[in-house]
Every structure is written in structure tokens, then in C-alpha cells.
Design a protein around this ligand. Sequence first.
Ligand code: A3P
Length: 339
Amino acid sequence: MFIKIKSKAFNNAIPTEVSPILGIKVPQINILGSIVRIVPLTGDSTLTAQDEPISNTIHLNMNTRQVAPKYRFLRQQGLRPSRHLPDALIIGVKKSGTRALLEFIRLHPGVRAAGCEVHFFDRHYNKGLAWYRQHMPPTIEGQITMEKTPSYFITREAPRRVFQMNPSTKLLVVVRDPVTRAISDYTQAKSKKHDMKRFEELAFTNGSAGGVVDTNWGPVKIGVYSKYLEHWLELFPMSQLLFISGERLVADPAMEIARVQDFLGLKRVVDEKYFYFNSTKGFPCLLKSEERSSPHCLGKTKGRNHPHIDESAIDRLRKFYRPFNQKFYHLTGINFEWP
Ligand code: A3P
């Protein structure tokens, strides 16, 4: 904010008074017979108390690195928005319902989230934390900052990097039956590259379900959740992770979001009244959100029709994942009941 006072008279000695609220000297002027204390409303949030001189100069241009005592006062009241590094991250897993989770939890007034995937801990780490913070939305005191980038879950360096940013970061992981997740991943890739080989040709080394599962193929590899989870558990205690069932997020979003609100220490505000089931889309949709006041579903890229995959290929993949799923249930203490 910018308070403009044109008169040169203000450059001269101006009477001051120690403010009982702010505990510092503030200039006073007489406007239409009333004594008015001039207190800047905004300022540079990076200033420390040491930077702030007690001065009887009127610092009217708030773009300068000058004192902003009122700002500090307002900030203490939680009234001035500023950007913070995330308190909680949705770290994965790709194609499990990460967008739905983010859109649902950000309905809560206590949550603000970066709209796009920032990819800081995988692609842009060398840009530094100040760059990352700039990509966060402004929040006021008491609001939680969130971000989701699903590739963090499988990025080897991500656990250490997140830990170094803040070892108390809360981590949310949406997971879904790894077989349908792989098919969803393939469907997305195929939507961008129409001449892609059939799923069965890519998922098995000899191109059919009779062959060996190709664990080097991304859509298959990502579904071995236990392997990636172990990397996170090297640094983070289980109590800092919350696992959300992608299947339940579709079947009963209010219940999953209640768990998320509890985990984040938020009052349960987002409940069944926020959702309706759109039978055409086959998914829960929102009655309203921050951006739109009318009912709407997630975009066209969420909830796509999947191509037909041979039963034998599905069976073979189920067998492949079973021991990894069991290990994942064991690590998380949750039986996701994937077939
Ligand atoms: P499909 O498009 O294969 O059905 P992500 O956001 O992590 O990329 O996950 C996309 C998946 O979210 C979708 O995969 C869909 O199954 C799932 N999803 C969960 N809740 C949804 C919702 N309310 N609307 C649309 N898709 C949802």
C-alpha cells in the first residue's frame, strides 16, 4: 500500500508520539483539526526487528525497505498474506487420484495450495528454496500451504531434499490398485501418442502375458509402492505419512477427506455436502469450489475410459504385484484389498 502525502511540509520535523500499541514513535499530523498518527500498513516482510529504526521520518513509499510497524502488528494478527514453504505435500502416486485429493482438500478455508505441479524436489531443485516459496500461494496466519507433485514419490533424492527443507513436513500418498494404475498411466501416455504399442506389448518382455513382466517399463515400475516407500521411511516416521485409498476417494470422498483433515490438524469442514455423484462421468464431482460456484467435475483428463486389456495380462500383473502389495500393506498397516 502507498500513502501519498504531497506537501513538502512533511519532510520537516514532524511531531511524534510513542504508540501504546506498537511501542514505537509514530509521526502525527493534524488533518481537519484531528490528530492523526501515520502508520504504514504494509512493508517488506523480510525485515527483522533489528532492521527497523525508531524514526520520526515519515516513510510513505512502502516499496522501500523501511519500517512497517503496523505491518508487523497486522502480521501478528495473521492479517497480511505471505508465501511460505509447504507444510504438507501430496507426493504421489501418479494416476491414483492426486488431483482429486488436492482439489477436495483445498475446499477447506484453512488450506491454500499451488495450482500446478511445481516439480521442485525432482526437476527444479537447483533453483533453491526461495524459488520454490515464490510458487506457493499467499497464506494468512493459521492456513496450511500445500503442493502436489506425484513424481516426488518415486524420485530417489526427494525424501532427503524434503527432509532438509523441513523434517516435520506432512506427506500424503494416494495409492490405487497398481494394475489399474498402470492402465491409467498407459491411457494417459496413449492420449498423447496415438501410435503407441498395445499395453500388453509394453508390459511384458516378449510382448504377451505369457512372458516376463517388464519392470523397466514406467507404468509397471511405479506400482511397486513398497520399494519407493522404504526410501521415505529411511527419514520420515510413519506418523508423518498418510495413505489415502484412491478407490475410496472415488467411492466415498467425504470419508477420505475427513481422514485428511484430521491428519492435517484441521477442523472437519469439507464433508458430504460438498460432493455429488455425477453418474455420466462416473465420479464424484464438486458442488462448488474456490474458482467456481456452480457444480463441476474434474477436467476431461481425469476419469478417462481405459482401453480393453486382455484378461490374461491383467491376471499375470496381479500375480506379479501380489507380494509387493502384501509388503506395502505390512509397512503401512493398511490392507487396501487390491485383487
Ligand atoms: P483415470 O483417468 O485413469 O480414471 P491423478 O490425478 O493422480 O492423475 O489421477 C487420475 C485418476 O484420478 C483418474 O484416473 C481417476 O480414476 C481418479 N479420480 C479419483 N477421483 C476422481 C474424480 N472425482 N474425478 C475424476 N477422476 C478421479
